[in-house]
Design a protein around this ligand. Sequence first.
Ligand SMILES: Nc1ncnc2c1ncn2[C@@H]1O[C@H](COP(=O)(O)OP(=O)(O)OP(=O)(O)O)[C@@H](O)[C@H]1O
Ligand code: SF4
Ligand SMILES: [Mg+2]
Length: 370
Amino acid sequence: MSEPLLEVSNLVQEFTVRGGGGVKAGVVHAVSGVSFSVEPGETLGLVGETGSGKSTLARAVLQAPRPKSGSVRFRGTELVGLKHRQLVRARRHMQLVFQDPFGSLDPKWRARALVEEPLVAFKVGSKGERRRRVDELLDVVGLDPSRFGNRRPRELSGGQAQRVAIARALALDPSLIICDEAVSSLDVLIRAQVLNLLERLRSELGLAYLFIAHDLALVKQVSDRVAVMYLGKVVEIGPADSLYREPLHPYTVALLASIPSPDPEQPQAPVGKAIHGEPPSPIDPPSGCRFRTRCPRAQDLCATLEPPLRELAANHYAACHFPVTVDAPAPEASAEEAARAESTPTVPVATPTVPVATQPSRPPTVRRPS
Ligand SMILES: Nc1ncnc2c1ncn2[C@@H]1O[C@H](COP(=O)(O)OP(=O)(O)OP(=O)(O)O)[C@@H](O)[C@H]1O
Ligand code: SF4
Ligand SMILES: [Mg+2]
């Protein structure tokens, strides 16, 4: 089998926080031993409550800042420990698109200069070639270069500015784009257009995405697989269809139950399923399973033994001693029963590709530069 495009193993990122007088007040365990992979052309969705570590994980993958420990292999190269110059070169094919294009784009620069900047930084092509490439990229993201090329970010709408950010991310011909809440601040219509653009780029350029968002319905719509994060850990990861249809981890169940119902007769989450309370502090996470202080299925074992991520259905993993699945032991089951259940994987599932909403208008076809 070919190597994954991105392979992250046991990634750890921690921040020391200091109180008055610079005295160490504690360590934020923002990302604690996270492992996952992304295949070429795949979209991996990443969901979790605010503060669960999604952005920190994305930045640790990019080595900005460098993680405390762990491994990040991208296109066969280990990024952790690379010298700055090699890192910049290796990272060229991995780009990040942020939530707020107005925050990520320099307000003084015009759209053309913003898109050209990575090409200049990497000394790609002559001035004329770069100019043609920039116009092509603006075209690709659905912006007429003659109309929008000379505008500054504040002269663009949110959706247009995000298209400039995407054109800029595409400039160096990436194979992976990390979208950190990239469509979250856009209104519904513009969001659908940008999502369609991302999907089209994926199919035409073979791009892969790590797609980070709060909105579970949105993540399902765009992802092949989904990873769920809680307090610095991936607690469940699997094919989108399987994870949404048969969630295995109580936290995923709670997250799914908190999606507002489209049924006006039943707007509330099912009783007893929605998540309650605030997550504990990442400075002092609970022992054993980090979700145990909010978990309706928690047992004594959960406080003493950290549940490993294990495969409970085909390609579908969860870190829970008492997962929510037909064949798993009930919450009151003993530790021995839980251990026995560990060797009993359940329902196999296929990996689906979920198309995004119908595209309103189709900008020109994309081609990779030769
Ligand atoms: N530089 C930093 N110093 C100290 N703590 C940090 C730092 N960056 C992030 N954190 C903490 O790490 C944890 C994870 O933050 P992160 O921004 O990764 O969460 P998130 O899942 O992206 O949240 P959101 O959904 O709100 O964007 C939080 O508790 C946050 O306060
Ligand atoms: S390991 Fe225990 S506390 Fe953690 S999610 Fe599973 S049942 Fe709940
Ligand atoms: Mg974030």
